[in-house]
Design a binder for this molecule. Structure first.
Ligand code: ZN
Length: 423
Protein backbone atom coordinates (compact mmCIF):
# COMPACT_ATOMS: atom_id res chain seq x y z
CA UNK A 1 0.00 0.00 0.00
CA UNK A 2 1.39 3.38 -0.90
CA UNK A 3 0.08 5.41 1.97
CA UNK A 4 1.57 8.86 2.55
CA UNK A 5 0.84 8.71 6.27
CA UNK A 6 2.68 5.45 6.66
CA UNK A 7 5.84 6.76 5.03
CA UNK A 8 6.34 8.78 8.20
CA UNK A 9 7.13 7.38 11.63
CA UNK A 10 10.24 7.02 13.77
CA UNK A 11 13.01 4.90 12.28
CA UNK A 12 13.81 2.33 14.98
CA UNK A 13 16.00 -0.26 13.28
CA UNK A 14 17.74 -1.18 10.06
CA UNK A 15 17.89 -4.87 9.14
CA UNK A 16 19.40 -6.12 5.84
CA UNK A 17 19.39 -2.50 4.65
CA UNK A 18 15.63 -2.18 5.25
CA UNK A 19 14.53 0.64 7.55
CA UNK A 20 11.83 -0.27 10.07
CA UNK A 21 9.65 2.62 11.18
CA UNK A 22 7.17 2.93 14.00
CA UNK A 23 4.01 4.90 13.14
CA UNK A 24 2.48 6.86 16.00
CA UNK A 25 -0.69 4.68 15.85
CA UNK A 26 1.36 1.66 16.98
CA UNK A 27 1.31 3.14 20.49
CA UNK A 28 -2.45 2.43 20.59
CA UNK A 29 -1.92 -1.29 19.99
CA UNK A 30 1.03 -1.37 22.42
CA UNK A 31 -1.07 0.07 25.24
CA UNK A 32 -4.24 -1.97 24.47
CA UNK A 33 -2.39 -5.25 24.09
CA UNK A 34 -0.18 -4.84 27.16
CA UNK A 35 -3.31 -3.96 29.16
CA UNK A 36 -5.28 -6.97 27.94
CA UNK A 37 -2.28 -9.28 28.49
CA UNK A 38 -1.67 -7.93 32.00
CA UNK A 39 -5.26 -7.98 33.18
CA UNK A 40 -6.71 -11.00 31.36
CA UNK A 41 -4.49 -13.29 29.33
CA UNK A 42 -1.45 -13.70 31.61
CA UNK A 43 -3.45 -14.14 34.87
CA UNK A 44 -5.72 -16.74 33.19
CA UNK A 45 -2.71 -18.62 31.77
CA UNK A 46 -1.27 -18.50 35.29
CA UNK A 47 -4.44 -20.17 36.59
CA UNK A 48 -4.11 -22.86 33.89
CA UNK A 49 -0.49 -23.39 35.07
CA UNK A 50 1.04 -22.10 31.83
CA UNK A 51 -1.70 -23.43 29.55
CA UNK A 52 -3.99 -21.46 27.26
CA UNK A 53 -5.88 -18.52 28.75
CA UNK A 54 -9.28 -19.91 27.77
CA UNK A 55 -8.48 -23.03 29.81
CA UNK A 56 -7.85 -20.68 32.76
CA UNK A 57 -11.17 -18.99 32.01
CA UNK A 58 -12.96 -22.37 32.12
CA UNK A 59 -11.31 -23.26 35.44
CA UNK A 60 -12.37 -19.90 36.91
CA UNK A 61 -15.96 -20.36 35.68
CA UNK A 62 -16.17 -23.87 37.10
CA UNK A 63 -14.86 -22.77 40.50
CA UNK A 64 -17.18 -19.76 40.55
CA UNK A 65 -20.19 -21.89 39.63
CA UNK A 66 -19.65 -23.81 42.87
CA UNK A 67 -18.21 -21.09 45.09
CA UNK A 68 -19.40 -17.74 43.76
CA UNK A 69 -18.01 -15.87 46.79
CA UNK A 70 -14.42 -16.93 46.20
CA UNK A 71 -11.90 -14.15 45.53
CA UNK A 72 -9.20 -14.63 42.91
CA UNK A 73 -6.49 -15.10 45.57
CA UNK A 74 -8.50 -18.03 47.02
CA UNK A 75 -9.25 -19.50 43.58
CA UNK A 76 -5.50 -19.89 42.94
CA UNK A 77 -5.01 -21.57 46.34
CA UNK A 78 -8.05 -23.79 45.73
CA UNK A 79 -6.77 -24.92 42.32
CA UNK A 80 -3.30 -25.38 43.79
CA UNK A 81 -1.37 -23.03 41.51
CA UNK A 82 1.21 -20.45 42.64
CA UNK A 83 -0.04 -16.98 41.84
CA UNK A 84 2.52 -14.73 40.11
CA UNK A 85 3.28 -11.31 41.54
CA UNK A 86 1.89 -8.19 39.83
CA UNK A 87 5.47 -7.31 38.77
CA UNK A 88 5.89 -10.71 37.13
CA UNK A 89 2.53 -10.48 35.36
CA UNK A 90 3.26 -7.03 33.89
CA UNK A 91 6.76 -8.06 32.87
CA UNK A 92 5.31 -11.01 30.97
CA UNK A 93 2.70 -8.67 29.43
CA UNK A 94 5.38 -6.32 28.11
CA UNK A 95 7.47 -9.23 26.78
CA UNK A 96 4.32 -10.58 25.10
CA UNK A 97 3.66 -7.23 23.37
CA UNK A 98 7.28 -6.82 22.26
CA UNK A 99 7.18 -10.41 21.03
CA UNK A 100 4.17 -9.62 18.84
CA UNK A 101 6.19 -6.76 17.42
CA UNK A 102 9.09 -9.12 16.60
CA UNK A 103 6.67 -11.62 14.94
CA UNK A 104 5.15 -8.85 12.78
CA UNK A 105 8.60 -7.53 11.80
CA UNK A 106 9.72 -11.07 10.86
CA UNK A 107 6.58 -11.47 8.70
CA UNK A 108 7.16 -8.13 6.92
CA UNK A 109 10.93 -8.66 6.55
CA UNK A 110 10.16 -11.92 4.82
CA UNK A 111 8.00 -10.07 2.23
CA UNK A 112 10.66 -7.35 1.83
CA UNK A 113 13.61 -9.70 1.44
CA UNK A 114 11.85 -11.79 -1.22
CA UNK A 115 10.78 -8.57 -3.01
CA UNK A 116 14.35 -7.26 -2.86
CA UNK A 117 15.63 -10.57 -4.25
CA UNK A 118 13.18 -10.23 -7.16
CA UNK A 119 14.62 -6.81 -8.02
CA UNK A 120 11.84 -4.73 -6.45
CA UNK A 121 13.28 -1.85 -4.43
CA UNK A 122 12.00 -1.74 -0.87
CA UNK A 123 11.39 1.61 0.77
CA UNK A 124 11.00 0.17 4.25
CA UNK A 125 8.66 -1.44 6.75
CA UNK A 126 6.20 0.54 8.86
CA UNK A 127 4.51 -0.81 11.96
CA UNK A 128 1.15 0.76 12.65
CA UNK A 129 -2.06 0.06 14.53
CA UNK A 130 -3.16 -2.87 12.28
CA UNK A 131 0.24 -4.58 12.22
CA UNK A 132 2.89 -3.98 9.62
CA UNK A 133 3.18 -2.98 6.01
CA UNK A 134 6.11 -3.40 3.60
CA UNK A 135 6.40 -0.34 1.43
CA UNK A 136 7.65 -1.43 -1.99
CA UNK A 137 8.60 1.14 -4.62
CA UNK A 138 7.16 -0.88 -7.51
CA UNK A 139 4.54 -3.52 -8.05
CA UNK A 140 5.59 -7.04 -9.09
CA UNK A 141 6.07 -7.39 -12.86
CA UNK A 142 4.85 -10.99 -13.19
CA UNK A 143 2.26 -13.15 -11.41
CA UNK A 144 5.07 -15.48 -10.26
CA UNK A 145 6.92 -12.68 -8.46
CA UNK A 146 3.67 -11.36 -6.99
CA UNK A 147 2.90 -14.82 -5.61
CA UNK A 148 6.36 -15.33 -4.10
CA UNK A 149 6.41 -11.90 -2.41
CA UNK A 150 2.85 -12.32 -1.08
CA UNK A 151 3.29 -15.84 0.30
CA UNK A 152 6.68 -15.12 1.96
CA UNK A 153 5.08 -13.35 4.96
CA UNK A 154 2.54 -16.04 5.88
CA UNK A 155 5.21 -18.75 5.39
CA UNK A 156 7.41 -16.96 7.95
CA UNK A 157 4.48 -16.73 10.41
CA UNK A 158 3.77 -20.43 9.91
CA UNK A 159 7.43 -21.35 10.55
CA UNK A 160 7.54 -19.22 13.72
CA UNK A 161 4.24 -20.71 14.90
CA UNK A 162 5.59 -24.20 14.20
CA UNK A 163 8.76 -23.48 16.19
CA UNK A 164 6.69 -22.22 19.16
CA UNK A 165 4.40 -25.27 18.95
CA UNK A 166 7.44 -27.58 18.84
CA UNK A 167 8.93 -26.00 21.97
CA UNK A 168 5.59 -25.81 23.80
CA UNK A 169 4.58 -29.42 23.20
CA UNK A 170 8.11 -30.87 23.05
CA UNK A 171 9.80 -29.18 26.00
CA UNK A 172 6.71 -28.14 27.96
CA UNK A 173 7.42 -30.31 31.01
CA UNK A 174 10.92 -28.90 31.50
CA UNK A 175 9.93 -25.25 31.16
CA UNK A 176 8.59 -23.00 33.93
CA UNK A 177 4.91 -22.06 33.61
CA UNK A 178 5.85 -18.44 32.77
CA UNK A 179 7.82 -19.57 29.70
CA UNK A 180 5.00 -21.92 28.63
CA UNK A 181 2.55 -18.99 28.87
CA UNK A 182 4.64 -16.86 26.50
CA UNK A 183 5.29 -19.75 24.10
CA UNK A 184 1.59 -20.51 23.87
CA UNK A 185 0.82 -16.86 23.31
CA UNK A 186 3.40 -16.55 20.50
CA UNK A 187 2.08 -19.76 18.95
CA UNK A 188 -1.40 -18.21 18.94
CA UNK A 189 -0.13 -14.86 17.51
CA UNK A 190 1.70 -16.49 14.60
CA UNK A 191 -1.17 -18.79 13.70
CA UNK A 192 -3.51 -15.76 13.82
CA UNK A 193 -1.13 -13.75 11.61
CA UNK A 194 -0.97 -16.68 9.19
CA UNK A 195 -4.74 -17.16 8.95
CA UNK A 196 -5.79 -13.50 8.90
CA UNK A 197 -3.23 -12.50 6.27
CA UNK A 198 -4.24 -15.37 4.01
CA UNK A 199 -7.89 -14.24 3.85
CA UNK A 200 -8.48 -13.80 0.11
CA UNK A 201 -9.13 -10.05 -0.03
CA UNK A 202 -6.74 -7.62 -1.72
CA UNK A 203 -4.54 -5.97 -0.39
CA UNK A 204 -4.07 -8.69 2.27
CA UNK A 205 -1.47 -11.34 1.37
CA UNK A 206 -4.22 -13.82 0.52
CA UNK A 207 -5.78 -11.25 -1.81
CA UNK A 208 -2.41 -10.81 -3.51
CA UNK A 209 -2.08 -14.57 -3.94
CA UNK A 210 -5.57 -14.54 -5.47
CA UNK A 211 -4.58 -11.66 -7.75
CA UNK A 212 -1.44 -13.52 -8.87
CA UNK A 213 -3.51 -16.62 -9.69
CA UNK A 214 -6.13 -14.62 -11.63
CA UNK A 215 -3.40 -12.65 -13.36
CA UNK A 216 -1.71 -15.86 -14.54
CA UNK A 217 -5.08 -17.29 -15.59
CA UNK A 218 -6.61 -14.24 -17.32
CA UNK A 219 -3.32 -12.64 -18.43
CA UNK A 220 -4.82 -9.28 -17.52
CA UNK A 221 -3.44 -7.62 -14.38
CA UNK A 222 -6.13 -4.93 -14.43
CA UNK A 223 -9.03 -7.39 -14.34
CA UNK A 224 -7.22 -9.59 -11.82
CA UNK A 225 -6.76 -6.57 -9.54
CA UNK A 226 -10.39 -5.50 -10.00
CA UNK A 227 -11.65 -8.95 -8.92
CA UNK A 228 -9.21 -9.26 -5.99
CA UNK A 229 -10.14 -5.72 -4.85
CA UNK A 230 -13.83 -6.62 -4.99
CA UNK A 231 -13.05 -9.63 -2.76
CA UNK A 232 -11.17 -7.25 -0.43
CA UNK A 233 -14.27 -5.06 -0.20
CA UNK A 234 -16.51 -8.08 0.41
CA UNK A 235 -14.21 -9.21 3.22
CA UNK A 236 -14.20 -5.66 4.64
CA UNK A 237 -18.01 -5.61 4.50
CA UNK A 238 -18.10 -8.96 6.31
CA UNK A 239 -15.81 -7.71 9.12
CA UNK A 240 -17.88 -4.53 9.51
CA UNK A 241 -21.14 -6.51 9.73
CA UNK A 242 -19.64 -8.91 12.29
CA UNK A 243 -18.79 -5.89 14.46
CA UNK A 244 -22.19 -4.23 14.00
CA UNK A 245 -24.10 -7.47 14.72
CA UNK A 246 -21.99 -8.11 17.82
CA UNK A 247 -22.85 -4.64 19.15
CA UNK A 248 -26.51 -5.20 18.28
CA UNK A 249 -26.74 -8.60 20.00
CA UNK A 250 -24.73 -7.81 23.11
CA UNK A 251 -26.24 -4.30 23.38
CA UNK A 252 -22.84 -2.99 24.47
CA UNK A 253 -20.07 -1.06 22.79
CA UNK A 254 -17.53 -3.87 23.09
CA UNK A 255 -13.94 -3.00 22.20
CA UNK A 256 -13.55 -6.19 20.13
CA UNK A 257 -16.62 -5.31 18.06
CA UNK A 258 -15.34 -1.78 17.45
CA UNK A 259 -12.03 -3.29 16.42
CA UNK A 260 -13.65 -5.39 13.66
CA UNK A 261 -15.50 -2.32 12.37
CA UNK A 262 -12.39 -0.11 12.27
CA UNK A 263 -10.33 -2.89 10.69
CA UNK A 264 -13.08 -3.43 8.10
CA UNK A 265 -13.20 0.28 7.23
CA UNK A 266 -9.43 0.35 6.85
CA UNK A 267 -9.46 -2.70 4.59
CA UNK A 268 -12.30 -1.20 2.54
CA UNK A 269 -10.34 1.95 1.76
CA UNK A 270 -7.08 0.03 1.18
CA UNK A 271 -8.79 -2.29 -1.34
CA UNK A 272 -9.96 0.73 -3.36
CA UNK A 273 -6.62 2.52 -3.07
CA UNK A 274 -4.75 -0.52 -4.39
CA UNK A 275 -6.92 -0.58 -7.47
CA UNK A 276 -6.64 3.17 -8.09
CA UNK A 277 -2.88 2.91 -7.77
CA UNK A 278 -2.78 0.28 -10.50
CA UNK A 279 -5.00 2.43 -12.74
CA UNK A 280 -2.64 5.35 -12.15
CA UNK A 281 0.34 3.12 -12.89
CA UNK A 282 -1.24 2.12 -16.19
CA UNK A 283 -2.21 5.68 -17.11
CA UNK A 284 1.32 6.92 -16.47
CA UNK A 285 3.16 3.96 -17.98
CA UNK A 286 5.57 4.68 -20.78
CA UNK A 287 5.52 8.48 -20.36
CA UNK A 288 8.64 10.25 -19.17
CA UNK A 289 9.49 13.72 -17.92
CA UNK A 290 10.68 14.59 -21.44
CA UNK A 291 7.08 14.26 -22.71
CA UNK A 292 5.60 16.83 -20.30
CA UNK A 293 8.55 19.15 -19.72
CA UNK A 294 8.06 22.90 -19.98
CA UNK A 295 11.19 24.30 -21.53
CA UNK A 296 10.70 28.05 -21.17
CA UNK A 297 11.48 28.28 -17.55
CA UNK A 298 11.82 31.47 -15.55
CA UNK A 299 14.64 31.23 -13.03
CA UNK A 300 15.63 33.71 -10.35
CA UNK A 301 19.11 34.77 -9.14
CA UNK A 302 20.03 33.90 -5.51
CA UNK A 303 20.96 37.47 -4.53
CA UNK A 304 17.55 38.96 -5.38
CA UNK A 305 15.72 40.44 -2.39
CA UNK A 306 12.44 38.83 -1.38
CA UNK A 307 10.32 41.94 -1.99
CA UNK A 308 11.66 42.11 -5.57
CA UNK A 309 11.02 38.37 -5.95
CA UNK A 310 7.38 38.93 -4.98
CA UNK A 311 6.85 42.02 -7.16
CA UNK A 312 8.82 41.04 -10.23
CA UNK A 313 8.30 37.28 -10.29
CA UNK A 314 5.36 35.93 -8.25
CA UNK A 315 2.95 38.75 -9.26
CA UNK A 316 4.19 38.89 -12.83
CA UNK A 317 4.36 35.17 -13.74
CA UNK A 318 1.92 33.82 -11.15
CA UNK A 319 3.89 30.55 -10.71
CA UNK A 320 3.98 28.92 -7.28
CA UNK A 321 7.72 28.35 -7.27
CA UNK A 322 10.87 29.25 -9.20
CA UNK A 323 14.18 27.48 -9.70
CA UNK A 324 17.17 29.45 -8.37
CA UNK A 325 20.15 29.69 -10.75
CA UNK A 326 23.61 30.77 -9.67
CA UNK A 327 25.93 31.36 -12.65
CA UNK A 328 23.96 28.87 -14.72
CA UNK A 329 23.85 26.15 -12.03
CA UNK A 330 20.69 25.12 -10.23
CA UNK A 331 21.16 25.71 -6.50
CA UNK A 332 17.60 25.56 -5.12
CA UNK A 333 13.92 26.35 -5.53
CA UNK A 334 11.96 29.11 -3.89
CA UNK A 335 8.19 28.85 -3.42
CA UNK A 336 5.50 31.16 -2.16
CA UNK A 337 5.47 29.11 1.04
CA UNK A 338 9.21 29.75 1.59
CA UNK A 339 8.61 33.50 1.23
CA UNK A 340 5.64 33.40 3.61
CA UNK A 341 7.87 31.80 6.25
CA UNK A 342 9.89 35.06 6.40
CA UNK A 343 8.21 37.99 8.26
CA UNK A 344 7.03 40.63 5.79
CA UNK A 345 9.09 43.43 7.36
CA UNK A 346 12.27 41.49 6.50
CA UNK A 347 11.50 40.99 2.82
CA UNK A 348 13.61 43.98 1.70
CA UNK A 349 16.62 42.76 3.71
CA UNK A 350 16.56 39.02 3.07
CA UNK A 351 17.60 37.35 -0.19
CA UNK A 352 16.31 34.39 -2.15
CA UNK A 353 19.34 32.37 -1.05
CA UNK A 354 18.27 32.67 2.60
CA UNK A 355 14.69 31.56 1.97
CA UNK A 356 15.12 28.91 -0.75
CA UNK A 357 15.08 25.13 -0.39
CA UNK A 358 18.37 23.55 -1.39
CA UNK A 359 18.42 20.99 -4.15
CA UNK A 360 18.36 17.33 -3.09
CA UNK A 361 17.89 13.95 -4.79
CA UNK A 362 14.13 14.14 -4.21
CA UNK A 363 13.60 17.73 -5.34
CA UNK A 364 14.82 17.40 -8.94
CA UNK A 365 13.98 15.03 -11.80
CA UNK A 366 15.88 13.85 -14.86
CA UNK A 367 14.45 13.98 -18.41
CA UNK A 368 14.34 10.14 -18.69
CA UNK A 369 12.61 9.67 -15.33
CA UNK A 370 9.17 8.03 -15.41
CA UNK A 371 6.13 9.97 -14.24
CA UNK A 372 5.26 7.64 -11.35
CA UNK A 373 8.52 8.54 -9.69
CA UNK A 374 7.87 12.24 -10.43
CA UNK A 375 4.41 12.01 -8.88
CA UNK A 376 5.86 10.31 -5.79
CA UNK A 377 8.45 13.08 -5.36
CA UNK A 378 5.72 15.71 -5.71
CA UNK A 379 3.46 14.04 -3.16
CA UNK A 380 6.21 13.23 -0.64
CA UNK A 381 7.80 16.67 -0.83
CA UNK A 382 4.48 18.55 -1.05
CA UNK A 383 5.68 20.30 -4.24
CA UNK A 384 3.72 21.36 -7.29
CA UNK A 385 6.79 22.03 -9.48
CA UNK A 386 10.02 20.11 -9.92
CA UNK A 387 13.03 21.39 -11.86
CA UNK A 388 14.32 19.07 -14.58
CA UNK A 389 18.10 18.71 -14.52
CA UNK A 390 20.35 17.14 -17.14
CA UNK A 391 24.00 16.81 -16.12
CA UNK A 392 23.67 19.52 -13.47
CA UNK A 393 22.09 21.93 -15.97
CA UNK A 394 18.50 23.17 -15.63
CA UNK A 395 16.59 22.20 -18.78
CA UNK A 396 12.99 22.89 -17.74
CA UNK A 397 10.29 22.26 -15.14
CA UNK A 398 7.52 19.71 -14.74
CA UNK A 399 4.35 20.82 -12.97
CA UNK A 400 1.60 18.92 -11.20
CA UNK A 401 -0.89 20.78 -13.37
CA UNK A 402 0.61 19.38 -16.61
CA UNK A 403 0.85 15.90 -15.11
CA UNK A 404 -2.81 15.86 -14.07
CA UNK A 405 -3.89 17.23 -17.46
CA UNK A 406 -2.06 14.37 -19.19
CA UNK A 407 -3.56 11.87 -16.75
CA UNK A 408 -7.04 13.23 -17.48
CA UNK A 409 -6.61 12.84 -21.26
CA UNK A 410 -5.29 9.29 -20.96
CA UNK A 411 -8.08 8.29 -18.57
CA UNK A 412 -10.67 9.78 -20.94
CA UNK A 413 -9.15 7.76 -23.78
CA UNK A 414 -9.82 4.55 -21.83
CA UNK A 415 -6.87 4.50 -19.46
CA UNK A 416 -4.92 2.34 -21.84
CA UNK A 417 -1.19 2.67 -21.99
CA UNK A 418 0.47 2.56 -25.40
CA UNK A 419 1.32 -1.01 -26.45
CA UNK A 420 4.32 -2.36 -24.62
CA UNK A 421 6.41 -5.44 -25.34
CA UNK A 422 5.04 -8.41 -23.34
CA UNK A 423 6.89 -9.17 -20.09
ZN1 ZN B 1 1.91 -10.07 4.95
Amino acid sequence: MANGGLASGWPIARIFGITIRLHVSWIVIFVLLTFSLGTQIIPMSNLADGGSWWKGDQILNRVHAQYPWMESEQVFRFVGVDRWSAGEVWMLAVIGTLGLFVCVVAHELSHSIVAHGAGISVEGITLFVFGGVSRLRQEAHTPGVEFKVAIAGPVMSLLLGGACAGMYYGLGDWLPAQARTLLYYFLFINVALFIFNLLPGFPLDGGRVLRAALWALLRDVRRATAIASACGRALAGFLISVGVLQIYWTRSLDLGALWWIILGLFLWSAAGAGYRQLALHEALAGVTVGDVIQKDVVAVPPDLSLDKLVDEYFYRYRFHSFPVLDAGRLVGTVSLRDVQAVPRVDWALRTVREAMQEIGENSVVRPQEDLESVLRKMVEGGRGHLPVVDGGRLVGVVTRHDLLALLQIRTDLGGRAPPRPPV
